[in-house]
Design a protein around this ligand. Structure first.
Ligand code: PLP
Length: 412
């Protein structure tokens, strides 16, 4: 039996989404930016998909910018805000909006921008447990002169909101905090964090790549100004995603070319993938209530099964996405268990798949302050709508046997 329990890394393409994509591969393949009716058909499919993506997060279609995935959306949000903030005062200087003296003085800062009030925005606040797509974008912003502050989290992966509150002030340009963590699954209170950012006049971005399609999201309710989403995490095709940019929020492009996507993301649109992404979002929205309750039941069942049949089981994280279980087993190396399970046809991961190629312990579990043993032993099992109870039973049994074997080898 083959069992795929690594859905936080990527999901199976929904069949309906695939069916909608097919005509755009060999029939309606015209460039959507073209002038002929062939192109108009492709364009209209893109706009329909835009509405569907927007619908999943309670946004409007014109607030969606298509990207190549979550990574590009995160880069676009952070570096787009940082770049825009630098260009504003330069324009203001040219247009004589600010007195030269004030501007010169404020530009003595290594970077940052002058807001309307003439103050310098040179601080970005994020957390230590963000995905590398955010952390590396922040590092790039730091190289450009911004100050980056990293909020810690507690042992369950809850980001320290009091840190954000203490450090968000008039110099803060952006607060970027993920909606749910990709390793522990911990869901953050982004509504409260957005409120803190806004009170100080800063923008709020959230990486919702893991959360979108798994829990209800509404940008109007949460107050997010920018939100990243990725298609392949919610049964859409790979290589496509989106950044929600609230109307009125200005970000600068980070790549340049033909000016597609309102100049924010140049390049010919990937129509088949956009169509598949749109359909996957529509399906996710329509089945949200069912998915959340099915996943929650599945998660409980799986954890219960592990705890009943294996000794020394520790669940990592709390307030988790219903689709993610992070678990450590006493005396077990996650990497060894992963290989054992893989040989039995069960696919899961030790941490996040994206960091599988990086050496060293998970930065998320380290920040959460878990013991070295618990970090080394951490495994992530993640479910999807295609996961069955039979697969869960099979996995619990296999994990039990493998853990027992590995403990025997180590004389535990
Ligand atoms: N952000 C989070 C929280 C993720 O889990 C991932 C992928 O695992 C990404 C961003 C990157 O998304 P993509 O694979 O679409 O580039």
């Amino acid at each position: 039996m083959q069992v795929y329990l690594d859905n936080a890394a990527s999901t199976c393409l929904d069949e309906e989404a695939m069916r909608e994509m097919m005509p755009f591969l060999r029939e309606t393949y015209a460039n959507p930016s073209g002038a002929c009716s062939f192109s108009a058909k492709a364009r209209s499919a893109v706009e329909k998909a835009r509405e569907r993506v927007a619908g999943l997060i309670g946004a409007a279609g014109d607030e969606i910018v298509f990207t190549s995935g979550g990574t590009e959306a995160d880069n676009m949000a952070i570096l787009g805000v940082a770049t825009e903030s630098v260009s504003v005062p330069k324009m203001a200087v040219q247009q004589g909006i600010f007195g030269a003296g004030t501007v010169t003085q404020d530009f003595a800062e290594p970077s940052g921008s002058l807001g309307k009030s003439g103050r310098v925005h040179n601080k970005i606040i994020t957390s230590k447990i963000e995905h590398p797509a955010v952390l590396e974008s922040c590092k790039e912003a730091e190289r450009r002169g911004y100050t980056i502050l990293y909020a810690p989290c507690d042992k369950n992966g809850r980001i320290d909101i009091s840190f954000i509150k203490r450090n968000t002030d008039k110099s803060t340009l952006l607060v970027s905090i993920m909606t749910a963590n990709n390793e522990l699954g911990t869901i953050q209170d982004i509504r409260e964090i957005a409120g803190i950012a806004h009170e100080a006049g800063a923008l709020f971005h959230t990486d919702a790549v893991q959360a979108a399609g798994h829990i209800p999201l509404n940008v109007r309710e949460s107050g997010a100004d920018l939100l990243s989403i990725s298609s392949h995490k919610l049964h859409g095709p790979k290589g496509i995603g989106a950044l929600y940019v609230r109307r009125g929020v200005k970000i600068a492009p980070v790549s340049f070319g033909g000016g597609q996507e309102k100049g924010l993301r140049s390049g010919t649109l990937n129509v088949p993938s956009i169509v598949g992404f749109g359909k996957a979002c529509e399906i996710a929205r329509e089945s949200m209530e069912q998915t959340v309750s099915d996943m929650a039941r599945m998660r409980e069942y799986f954890i219960d099964g592990l705890k009943k049949s294996i000794e020394g089981v520790h669940i990592n994280g709390a307030d988790s996405l219903p689709s993610i279980v992070s678990v450590s087993f006493d005396g077990i190396e996650g990497s060894s268990l992963l290989i054992e399970l893989d040989m039995r046809g069960i696919c899961c991961s030790t941490g996040s798949a994206c960091s599988a190629s990086k050496e060293g312990p998970s930065h998320v579990l380290l920040t959460a302050g878990l013991s070295e043993e618990r970090i080394r032993g951490a495994m992530r099992f993640s479910f999807s709508k295609y996961t069955t109870y039979e697969e869960l039973d099979h996995t619990v049994k296999a994990v039990g046997e493998c853990v027992e074997r590995l403990r025997r080898i180590r004389n535990i």
